[in-house]
Design a protein around this ligand. Structure first.
Ligand code: PMP
Length: 429
């Protein structure tokens, strides 16, 4: 039945729809960290809807509020509602560093891209600048603004010209750059400083610096200590807003509420989406320092920022993570998953590096330093055939990426990792 649905979809749906590794999957039901396909097969979900389902599929605590809210009202545009105010307060409670107690939140439309668009406009509005600094390997979304900040030409090659005045600096990625952590950080920061301060740096009138505190699509690239701190310094020295894209890394994924907390660096603005809608409801938000709240009514608009069902779901999801101490669970389970991956790597010389924080995990495959994507495809397919869903990342698809729901239990994690490790051990070296 899954095959029939996929074939039917291929026939009538847009050709732009991508099927990972051509795996014929159609889901009928999700519970916690498990999924059932249209043929009744059960899978352990280690990809969580690309990092959306932090509290698990159809989490009952969230769904209770969803049903109750949906029966009353779904859409309130920008008019106030308990659901909206409650979520703003909840986000303030978990806001990182100096943003706590000193922030405003603007909800976006349904996608992460909306939050990025808002952050771009906020930076331009406040600085009068036009130029944006982003990073190689960055992914910020499929609409024009975020695509401009995205570095991979595969995503934007057909759609230029995009925003003018975007310069991509290197993101420290010691493994791929063949550098030590210190060198990678130093070189990246020197470039950023040059782009901003050197008359030959390429950006005449900068408006802001945009970075993922851990790159997701780029390959779960965890920057070494010193990088985000350095960006903070450059932003401060030049009175530029520092914007962190926490769309994939935020809301508990990394074992802290936000990935920037691992580095003790607070951005001036921060984007959220994915897990913000609780169990997959579309919702995004940009949180920024109160001082940047200089714009007036209508300076950034949007029909869909009053999705009160999504807001209720978001608040309940945060409450659920708090009540079950899922940040600590993510940290512990993440250690276990990475340890298992490293162990499996001893049997497969192509597994070159295991990275990540919390349940934001990547395993990079390479041969003589060159990316190997076929091996990762093979692993993904083997896992699928044995009931475990995993994802990939990186510009060459050579990183096996795990983004399981934070509610993944120790038992399910063990069962799933038995399969993933078997897949790695069996994959063609
Ligand atoms: N930023 C980051 C870091 C992301 O990972 C993504 C999606 N993978 C986006 C932005 C874009 O979000 P959306 O697809 O909801 O527009």
């Amino acid at each position: 039945e899954s095959t029939r649905l996929v074939e039917k979809q291929r026939e009538i749906d847009s050709s732009a729809v991508a099927y990972p590794n051509n795996i014929p999957l159609a889901f009928e039901e999700g519970k916690g960290a498990t999924l059932r396909d249209a043929d009744g097969n059960t899978f352990i979900d280690l990809f969580g809807g690309i990092g959306v389902l932090n509290v698990g599929h159809s989490n009952p605590y969230v769904m209770e509020a969803v049903h109750e809210q949906a029966d009353r009202i779904v859409h309130t545009v920008d008019f106030p509602s308990e659901a909206r105010l409650e979520l703003i307060e909840k986000l303030d409670e978990i806001a990182p560093g100096e943003l706590a107690g000193d922030n405003r939140v603007i909800f976006g439309g349904p996608t992460g891209s909306d939050a990025i668009e808002a952050a771009i406009k906020l930076a331009k509005y406040n600085t009068g600048g036009t130029g944006l600094i982003a990073f190689r390997g960055a992914y910020h979304g499929p609409t024009s603004g975020p695509m401009s900040l995205t570095s991979n030409k595969k995503f934007k090659g057909h759609y230029t010209p995009l925003l003018p005045d975007v310069v991509h600096a290197p993101y420290p990625y010691p493994f791929r750059q063949g550098k030590t952590e210190d060198e990678a950080v130093k070189d990246a920061l020197e470039e950023v400083r040059a782009i901003v301060e050197d008359p030959y740096g390429g950006l005449a009138n900068p408006a802001g610096i945009f970075a993922e505190p851990i790159q997701g699509e780029g390959g779960v690239v965890v920057p070494p200590e010193g990088f985000l701190e350095g960006l903070r310094e450059i932003a401060d020295d030049n009175a530029l807003p520092l914007v962190f894209d926490e769309i994939q890394s935020g809301l508990g994924r990394s074992g802290e509420w936000f990935a920037c907390e691992h580095y003790d660096v607070t951005p001036d603005a921060m984007t959220m989406a994915k897990a913000l809608g609780g169990v997959g409801f579309p919702l995004s938000a940009t949180m920024y320092r109160e001082e940047l709240d200089t714009w007036g009514p209508g300076d950034h608009a949007g029909t869909y920022r009053g999705h009160v069902v999504a807001m209720r779901a978001g608040t309940r999801a945060i409450e659920y993570i708090q009540a079950h101490d899922l940040l600590a669970h993510a940290r512990e389970l993440g250690e276990y998953l990475r340890a298992r991956l490293r162990e499996a790597g001893e049997e497969n010389e192509l597994l070159a590096e295991v990275r990540g924080k919390g349940l934001f995990i990547g395993a990079e495959f390479a041969e003589d330093g060159e990316p190997v994507d076929e091996t990762v495809d093979e692993i993904q397919r083997y896992c699928y055939e044995h009931g475990v869903l995993v994802w990939t990342a990186g510009r060459h698809g050579s990183i096996l990426r795990l983004l399981p729901p934070l509610v993944l239990t120790d038992e399910l994690a063990e069962t799933a990792m038995d399969v993933v490790c078997e897949a790695i051990e069996h994959a063609t070296p």
